[in-house]
Design a protein around this ligand. Structure first.
Ligand SMILES: [Zn+2]
Length: 334
C-alpha cells in the first residue's frame, strides 16, 4: 500500500490542537459579512502562514480574526463541530482541543456560557461524526495570575468529563514557566492534570521547570534535543511529548527535518506523539503530519505506529476509549 493510503487508513489521535488556530476560514468570512464588517484585502495571509513564515509574530497574528468569531456561543459551538468533522475525514478518532477560556470573554460571554457552548458543540459533533473529544484549558502567560486562577476555578467544575487538563500557553521567553508555580499548585489541589508548553522557543530551562512543576506532558519539547540527561528524566517519568512538526518549522522552533528530534526521541524511548497544533494557521492536518514524518522525516512504518501508540498512552482519554483504540492498532501490527 502507498504510504499516503496507509496513513489515511490508520486510526489517529490529535492531542495538541488549538481551536482558534483550526477554524474554517469561510466561517470568518460569513461572520464578518453578516456583521457588515470589512475583512483585510490579504485575508488569506491573516489566517494562515506558509512554510517560510518569517517570524512568530506573523504566526501569532493569524489568531486575531478567528478570535473575533469565537466571542459568540454560536461561533464556539460551530468551531467544535467543524473540527470534529475535519477529524473524521482524516480518520482521527479522538481530539484534545485546546483553548484559552479567558480569550472568549471580550464581548460579554461568561465562563459558564463559554463552557456550555463547547459542550453543545461537542454533543453535536460527536453525534454527527463518532469522533470523541475533550478540552484542555490554557492559562495565558501574559494574563494576570488572578485571571488565570479564576479561569482554572471555572474550568474545574467541568473536569474531567468536558475538560481533561490544563495548559500554559503564550510567550515562553518573556514569561518563563517558573513564574506559574501558584497556578499549577492550585491545579494539583483541584485534582487537574496538566501539560505545559515548554521548549518551543529554545529554552531547555522551561522544560526542566515544567517537570518540577508536575506536568505529565510537554507541549513541543524541541529544546530537549541534545540533552541526554533531560531525555532520561522524561523517559523515567513517562512524560508525554507533543510534537507538531509543521508548526515547529514555521515558528522556527526547529529549522527543518534534518535536525528535527522526532526520531531521536523515539530511539531514546520517549513517549512522543505527533500532532497538528493549528490546522488552519499551519495549513495542515494529521494525515499531512504523518506523511511528512515518513517522506521528509524518514520515519519507518514501525516508528509511525509507535507515535500512534504513544499518543494513546499519554492521552487524557477515558480508559474504555484507550483500550478500544489500542485493540484497533493491534490490527496494524503494533
Ligand atoms: Zn500549542
Amino acid at each position: 500500500m502507498m504510504n499516503k493510503n496507509w496513513i489515511e487508513s490508520l486510526p489517529k489521535m490529535d492531542l495538541h490542537c488549538h481551536l482558534d488556530g483550526s477554524i474554517h476560514p469561510q466561517r470568518i468570512r460569513d461572520y464578518f459579512a453578516a456583521a457588515g464588517k470589512a475583512l483585510p484585502d490579504d485575508f488569506d495571509r491573516w489566517i494562515s502562514v506558509e512554510e517560510d513564515c518569517p517570524s512568530l509574530t506573523e504566526y501569532l497574528r493569524c489568531f486575531d480574526l478567528p478570535l473575533r468569531w469565537l466571542q459568540t456561543s454560536e461561533g464556539l459551538s460551530q468551531a467544535v463541530v467543524d473540527l470534529l468533522h475535519d477529524a473524521r475525514a482524516e480518520n482521527t478518532r479522538y481530539l484534545e482541543i485546546r483553548f484559552a477560556p479567558t480569550l472568549h470573554l471580550e464581548e460579554g460571554l461568561s465562563y459558564d456560557q463559554v463552557f456550555q457552548a463547547l459542550e453543545r458543540g461537542r454533543e453535536q459533533g460527536e453525534r454527527e461524526t463518532g469522533v470523541r473529544c475533550r478540552f484542555i484549558v490554557c492559562a495565558m502567560r501574559h494574563h494576570s495570575m488572578t485571571d488565570n486562577l479564576a479561569m482554572l476555578e471555572a474550568a474545574s467544575g467541568h473536569w474531567p468529563q468536558l475538560v481533561c487538563a490544563a495548559d500554559l500557553a503564550g510567550d515562553e521567553n518573556a514569561f518563563p514557566n517558573r513564574l506559574f508555580a501558584p497556578f499549577f499548585s492550585r491545579a494539583q489541589e483541584l485534582g487537574l492534570s496538566y501539560t505545559i508548553h515548554a521548549g518551543e522557543t529554545g529554552s531547555r530551562e522551561n522544560i526542566y521547570a515544567a517537570l518540577e512543576l508536575g506536568a505529565c506532558r510537554i507541549g513541543h519539547g524541541i529544546a530537549m534535543a541534545g540533552d541526554p540527561e533531560l531525555m532520561k528524566l522524561c523517559r523515567k517519568q513517562e512524560i508525554g511529548i507533543e510534537i507538531c512538526p509543521t508548526s515547529n518549522f514555521q515558528t522556527k522552533a526547529a529549522s527543518g527535518w534534518a535536525s528535527y528530534p522526532m526520531r531521536d526521541y523515539l530511539a531514546a524511548g520517549l513517549r512522543v506523539s505527533l500532532n497538528t497544533d493549528n490546522r488552519t494557521v499551519s495549513r495542515t492536518d494529521q494525515n499531512r503530519e504523518y506523511l511528512r514524518a515518513m517522506e521528509e522525516g524518514g520515519a519507518s512504518r514501525e516508528e509511525i505506529l509507535q507515535l500512534l501508540k504513544n499518543g494513546c498512552l499519554m492521552s487524557f482519554a477515558p480508559q474504555e476509549l484507550k483500550d478500544a483504540y489500542l485493540r484497533e492498532l493491534e490490527q496494524f501490527g503494533v
